[in-house]
Design a protein around this ligand. Structure first.
Ligand code: M6R
Length: 608
């Protein structure tokens, strides 16, 4: 939530900040702003709305001219989106941008009003930090930042400029992610690597409590206690193209098309001689054998990948799996045993609730495994074991390729665990792994063959106020994700329901023409699902059935059908995901919505 950037170097600072913020808009997009040293003075430009609104404003009013500064794109937490609540925020001598939340801002505000008669312009917690920095500023920036770090509580990353320290940017990280890029004679700060990849691939990962000073194109670091720190320079393995749309109209559709490659890159290094091998992630058959129970904890789409994981692991490895929403798990005093495994799934690796679960479990004897996409993210670094998904940067707020590779990892894990526990023999394990290897090809074929029909069906959905996604077994797990995808970008109310549960209440919602999307890929449950489809059809629903190309379904049960390739039941979710993504995408496009930046949302949810 919120993206921050900073720059010191020879380029036009305003241009660099805007270009970097473009790559971070997925983190928040209700307002944007920059602060740049112009002739030794801090000049601020900010505006409610998208970054493009700020750019327009600067075209009319002039952009700050200089070579050092900070920038921000906002997802509002304290105070509505408005010009005045936009970052940067300033005290008399200090201007800051902030990602995260300051929990004790009210106490500090009170303290400043009473002790400094400070007047506040905005409703934000950020302005309180700017004013507190100002209050303590005695000409020594590091001492002042450290003093403030002792007083503020929460999760945050800050970019800071001091009026009497021109051409210098300070940055500090406590929880919220922050990287420091190092180019030739120039340096950057950013909430995420794609922001700076156009300029440099070399970056440092700021750790908790570390402060960076960007000056004269180079960077120095000190810790919370003011001691100098030597840091390891990392090199991003993403290229500039991965953060661009590459000819597609939206990141979401580009990312849907990237799924075959993402799956291939994720599974290939984890398969040895036709069998799953997670040893490069520190996971051996012995480790996998040792667990009694598994908890999968995550948020949103990542949690839905866990739902598929539950069905597959329980079915194949016969180990009990509980799937929980992270924000619930952390407060429900869960019973976690010594030989249990807690799997945290997260694309960003920074989701506040998922991170909190990790910290909670670390206080027990259970082992933690992170399945994460962003390298070096907090969750990845703090878990006992980590399996990186190799989806590359996912920019669209609606997750697609990250979900797909999370599924791929769930399968690898289930297969290896089932084999390690002796629940399946080598031949079966080879057969399943072989099918997984073929998935990139099958996914590609599916995207190409059903795009047109999904595009057409979406035109039938755009007028709906509400719809249902239904399914049984793995199809129910999948329909949860289909429903979330659709509602988050089309703004059509949607719920997912276990098909057999409808008659216990929800079927009363069905009215004439209400769309019901049925996922019916599980052959063993097909007849039962078809009965449920007929039940809603008989009550006036417009039914859309996602099934395999060979499924025998009465024509009169389905108003529309999306036929997908038939593969083994177990792996069907990886194919059936595609039509759900495309239906959501085209419905959003046809409604004229901002597909990649749906209202009220942000990609990386670093607040509770
Ligand atoms: O980065 P994470 O995977 O931890 O994020 C979890 C959810 O916020 C995320 O999956 C969200 O539900 C997506 N926007 C859905 O498309």
């Amino acid at each position: 939530m919120c993206g921050i950037v900073g720059y010191v170097g020879p380029r036009d600072c305003s241009d660099v900040l805007v270009s970097a913020l473009t790559k971070l808009e997925y983190r928040g997009y209700d307002s944007a702003g920059i602060a740049v040293f112009e002739n030794g003075k801090i000049e601020v430009a900010k505006s409610k709305g998208r970054l493009s609104d700020l750019v327009e404003k600067m075209k009319k009013e002039g952009k700050p001219q200089g070579h050092a500064g900070i920038g921000h794109t906002r997802w509002a937490t304290h105070g509505e989106p408005s010009d005045v609540n936009s970052h940067p925020h300033s005290g008399r001598r200090v201007t800051i941008v902030h990602n995260g939340i300051i929990e004790n801002y009210k106490d500090i505000k009170q303290f400043l009003i009473e002790n400094d008669r400070t007047e506040f312009l905005s409703d934000t917690d950020t302005e309180v930090v700017a004013q507190l920095l100002d209050f303590y500023y005695d000409g020594n920036p590091i001492r002042c930042i450290r003093k403030v770090l002792h007083e503020i509580r929460g999760s945050f990353a800050l970019g800071i400029v001091f009026a009497d320290r021109p051409e210098t940017v300070y940055a500090v990280r406590c929880e919220s992610p922050l990287i420091v890029g190092q180019g030739k004679g120039e340096a950057f700060i950013a909430s995420d690597v794609p922001a700076i990849i156009k300029y440099t691939k070399d970056y440092y990962l700021l750790e908790y409590g570390e402060i960076a000073v960007l000056k004269n194109g180079s960077v120095s670091f000190c810790d919370f206690h003011g001691r100098m720190v030597e840091k390891e320079l990392k090199t991003a393995d993403w290229d500039e193209d991965s953060a661009e749309k590459g000819g597609y109209p939206h990141f979401m559709i580009k990312e849907i098309h990237e799924q075959p490659t993402a799956v291939k890159t994720t599974i290939t290094p984890r398969i040895e001689n036709g069998l799953p091998d997670l040893s490069e992630c520190g996971i051996t058959p012995e480790t996998l054998k040792s667990f009694n129970n598994i908890f999968i904890v995550a948020c949103g789409t990542a949690m839905h990948a866990g739902m598929v994981g539950k069905y597959v692991i329980e079915k194949l490895a016969r180990v009990s799996v509980t799937v929980d929403i992270a924000s619930e798990f952390r407060y429900r005093d869960p019973l976690i045993g010594e030989n249990d495994l807690v799997i945290i799934i997260s694309q960003s690796g920074e989701t506040a609730d998922s991170k909190a679960v990790l910290n909670l479990v670390k206080g027990t004897k259970a082992k933690t495994l992170a399945i994460v996409n962003v390298k070096g993210s907090s969750i990845a670094r703090e878990a006992d074991m980590v399996i990186y998904t190799h989806a590359g940067p996912e920019i669209a707020v609606a997750s697609t390729k990250a979900y797909m590779v999370q599924l791929a990892v769930m399968y690898l894990l289930a297969f290896e665990m089932a084999y390690a526990k002796g629940r399946i023999d080598e031949e079966k394990c080879r057969q399943l792994t072989g099918e997984l290897v073929k998935m990139p090809e099958v996914i590609e074929k599916t995207i190409n063959s059903i795009s047109t029909v999904c595009q057409f069906i979406s035109t039938q959905l755009i007028t709906a106020d509400s719809l249902l996604y239904i399914g049984r077994g793995l199809d129910y797990a999948l329909s949860m994700e289909g429903s979330l995808k659709l509602k988050e970008i089309s703004y059509i109310h949607s719920e997912s329901y276990a098909a057999g549960e409808l008659k216990h209440g929800t079927i009363s919602l069905i009215t004439d023409g209400m769309p019901v999307i049925a996922v019916a890929t599980q052959n063993s449950l097909l007849e039962k699902t078809v009965s449920n489809i007929k039940e809603v059809k008989a009550r006036g629903a417009m039914t859309i059935v996602i099934c395999d190309e060979k499924a025998e379904i009465d024509r009169d049960a389905a108003d529309y059908m999306v036929r997908i390739p038939k593969i083994s039941q177990t792996l069907m979710p990886m194919v059936a995901t595609v039509p759900m993504q495309l239906l959501a995408y085209y419905t959003s496009v046809n409604k004229g919505n901002d597909v990649d930046k749906p209202r009220n949302l942000a990609k990386s949810v670093t607040v509770e």
